[in-house]
Design a protein around this ligand. Sequence first.
Ligand code: BGC
Length: 723
Amino acid sequence: MTPSTTWLKTLSAGALLQLACTAYAADVSPDTQAVGTVAAMTLDEKLRLVFGYFPGEIKGQRPEAGGVPMSAGFVPGVERLGIPYQQQTDAGIGVASQIGARPRERTALPAGIATAATWNPELAYAGGAMIGREAHLSGNNVMLAGGINLLREPRNGRNFEYAGEDPLLAGVMVGEQIRGIQSNHLIATIKHFAINSQETGRMQLSAKIGDSAARMSDLLAFQIAIERGDPGSVMCAYNRVNADYACENDYLLNQVLKRDWGFKGYVMSDWGGAHSTIPAAMRGLDQQSGWPFDQSPYFKDALKEAVQNGHVPETRLNDMAQRILRSMYAHGLMTHPVKIEGEKIDLAAHARISQEDAEQSIVLLKNKDGLLPLAGADKRIAIIGGLADVGVLSGGGSSQVYPVGGAIKTDEGYYFPSSPMAALAKRSNARLVYIDGKDVAAAKALAASSDLVIVFATQYTSETWDRREMSLPNGQDALIAAVGAANPRTVVVLETGSPVTMPWLDQVGAVLEAWYPGTSGGEAIARVLTGEVDASGRLPATFPASVAQLPRPALDGVTLPYDARFEVDYDIEGAAVGYKWFDKNQLKPLFAFGHGLSYTSFRYSALKATSSNGGIEVSFKVANTGQRDGKAVPQVYIAHHGAKWEAPKRLGGWRKLSLKRGEEQAASVSIDPRMLAVYDAVAHKWKVTGGEYTIILSEAADAPLASVKVNVPGREFAPGARQ
Ligand code: BGC
């Protein structure tokens, strides 16, 4: 609800200015503060707030407005009213740098998909708080982070920035990251709203999807994250959705986000994502970003003219300015001004936060005969490929962080200088021998003469382009097959941004998915390999067996010219994203959503479920029955046969539990009523069908352990009802 402004009309100009200047010092709501400030602003001052600049050089132009070099955006302030400038930096993995001669060096978390793989909301919060602190100390008060587009396309070049395929898992993890970032008095920007699922044709494609399917999948992920994290801003996406550009999409911005969900913050465009003045303003865009990325400065003189001519009512411009100011007040931007104080960053402490995130994100996919953890008896260990002698891979594009100590630049991405081989050498008495794996015969010979082999396989992915295949590039499949054939005691460590296929799986002993593990990635990988910490990551996305299993085996748009407009039909799977698609079509993936082995074993018991407040309360016990301390990730899925669900089952909740050897813990999970509901696009409501639901306690989407039935009453609730 926008607060009424009628009372302000009774105040004199002097009184208004007084109100604006003192507003943030007083104990009044950010809404009231913003309303007061807007009332004191001139037309030109309001226009200043809704137009952002790119601080670097682009298209041969350098904007006049200033801003911290290496950052992504700058919005001037209004000194007269004490409104600070907005200094915007990318992104979800840490404080990124635009390319330049001297990029700023900061701590990088593991990729977003890796943090999701921890299934640990506390780590998502801690990582967010850490990168937010670095952003603030780097002179920024807006962080362009929380990437949350659901993984509908394993070849998407930006999957590494997001949080996997499930709306609940992604919503909780990204919501917690945003909460962490904003604990530093800055605004986080959840993105890219919405259905921005592939990079190919990202500026041209139209995502076709029905209202109900969208609200039960990608939009639900945003909704949960926004409720949990309360971001000050939402970034609308490059692509079109059902024909209209996301940044001038009345359905997405006005109807879903602002009306149904009651979002009080502002919508900023992606850099080059604005396409008009009047349609964009009237359909919900509040701030044009990154000029001169767009074709035209739509929200500058053209918007002024539109307001003066009455095509855009001044009340709408007031609303834009008020939303921006409200977020600035709500998140402490007025009271905690930024300055560049990079020297105050505690890099050692931040490296440890990144490392813990990486350790808990690493997924042990296969472990034949307990090959891992490394036993210590091996005298000669071959380390092959992946530049494991120097570092770990990172994902590319605007989210690229430049690490302390400098990045190692290759044709296939930047490597962070945290060598898994060096970290392993510190922990092992074996002789470690590295070769790059380009010569397959040499790799085979080394493997055959070694006690154990560790192959590091990489898949570089980046913003602006997609992978054509799901397989590992550059002949690595053939290399691993050859090495595995020469020595079955072969461990494969994957550094990938997305699911990959593994035609060599039967020929190797163990596989670890380490994602892009961030600036302390080498240490984290070594600690999991040696068993200093348990392998406790679980897949946040299905690993398909082949592209033939995907809703769209051929990637749309790859054969078209760059500027061709085309449609991607997401109604094929609708809300049945990832494991839901696999379940519905009875497809067997290579590795299921939620899969991940531990070095210990667990026993689950006492599963109970009761209906409560429209949702379900689930309780159970978990005991560590193995020989080591470890971490269990019990997952609760729900099935219902009467309701028209998009797929046979949905994730309803999970816990990540640390259990000492021999320890047993009781745990509980509360299931949000939306996880039981179907969104009825005609009635404009969530509807829960009354009846019997099956609660399935599982170790993965394909690994049920026990189930109970519970009766839930039928119920309906509004699209934005907070649960
Ligand atoms: C990306 C955004 C990013 C922006 C600013 C765009 O190309 O899509 O995610 O925040 O650039 O760098």
